[in-house]
Design a protein around this ligand. Sequence first.
Ligand SMILES: [Zn+2]
Length: 570
Amino acid sequence: MSFTRMLGALALFPVAALAQQALPLKHTPSPTTAAITAADLMTRLYIFADDSMMGRQTGTPGHLKATVYIEAQVRRLGLKPAGDNGGFFQNVPVAQRWMDASSTITVGGTTLAYGKDFAAGGGRGEPRPIDGAEVIFGGPQGDTANPLTAEQVRGKLVVMTAPAGGGRGGRFGAFGGRGGGAAAALAEAAGIATVVGEQLPPQLAVTGRPRPGQGMTFLGALTPAPSVAMTLSITAKAAEALLGVPVSQATKGMAGRTIKAALKMDEAPVPARNVVGILQGSDPKLKGEYVAIGAHNDHIGMRAGTPVDHDSLHLYNEARYAITGMLSRGQQPSPEQMEAVRNIHINLDSVRKLRPVRLDSISNGADDDGSGTVTVLEIAERFAKLPKAQRPKRSLLFVWHVGEENGLWGSQYVTDHPPVPRDSIVAQLNMDMVGRGEKSDLPVGGPDYLQLVGSRRLSTELGDLMETVNKAQKMPFRFDYQFDANGHPENIYCRSDHYNYARYGIPVVFATTGLHGDYHQVTDEPQYIAYDHMARVGNLMYDMAVRVADLDHRPLVDKPKPDPKGRCQQ
Ligand SMILES: [Zn+2]
């Protein structure tokens, strides 16, 4: 994706226009209508992505509030509940996990205390036990010169120094077999302990339950999580106790002492739920088949640490995104464009004339994925308000997935535990970030811009249908398929909920208006959303759902089906 033109535009933008361009910070809701409209989307998104939702992170009160909103809407629309116990919520087993403050490591007569001499962290995978492990010195992290072999480290606790130039270890699962020979070998260790200094940094020198949204683990996988090396952060003193010599005297491959580890993990369930509803089809036979339509209801919550100046970050993000986009394509930004970045303060001064500094620490996720969530609600409303006889032949399964940001947890769970027979789902239409994609976000953007991923990866027919439906739109979209290329570095086909349907051989269409400078920032707010554009995406996906739901045969799967338990590779 390139952003050259946007920066140019930014430099040329009269400041007042820039300020005017942005919509209001707050919006007065009005009753929604049957049609999929920009006004309805605005009403819904300003509620769903409001600060009061606290960034909707899985496992937090914000997530509960957000799903209460969706549930109330689908109940009002008269969808059939398809969650647990006759309700709309499908609870997804997620827990917070943390190391108990009583945890110790004893070595050479010294007892190391958790939260003082060592710390451990979260991450993906089941950490291996390290009790009884021998210690071995692994040198600086990331140092590829004569790396230790898998045989040397298997079952051992590898003590390493921080990578040259900073950074720290200490996250579980960080060595899960990904990335390069040295890292792959280290993945065989029982544990990796990285020396982070004389003291543990403040954010690690803590014990007890982490703050909401942190340290979470998905307990709903059908297959056990892969076992990974436990990763620890340790002080220099602790390293000396483990090695038997000061770190400065240790040599790579040198054997240290054998440890006794009494590590206790505490765990507490946290709230995580999909919202699932069905709209029954009108055909007596075909209503037993389903078109699934989805988005994710969660986002990343609150920023840790000090709040930031919203307006300057937004202006900086827009300019930075353009430049980084160009550089990633090996293009050199023009002097004017660089000047524009340097002149952000000029734009900021004018914004200051309009409003005071707004400190912000909430990642509102208006586009990610508030846009998908409210667009799917609008699609459900348009279908629900159709006279019964005019409803499509097949039924529609609406799912607002939780835990997408954590690793597609909600969609993994609902496809492993579907509310309807899995093979009765004939296709899935997924929307994640469908609220931007204008020229101000990316040079290829515009009111008719839409990226499609996966639409022909299992069913050529489904992808063709999408083109046919698009051609019939009042303003057909320009589909950008570049992110659907095999081996694409962004790997978007594997990065959102549609993949959990595709892994079971269900053909999918993933629609998105793409990345932008406010992605995963506190600046992803409702006033920067392109509502007309989003309404057009909603109507396109509505028409596609009708087309598939009324088809006289289910879309033909003419491509090989992946292994549902395998690793996704685009
Ligand atoms: Zn998302």
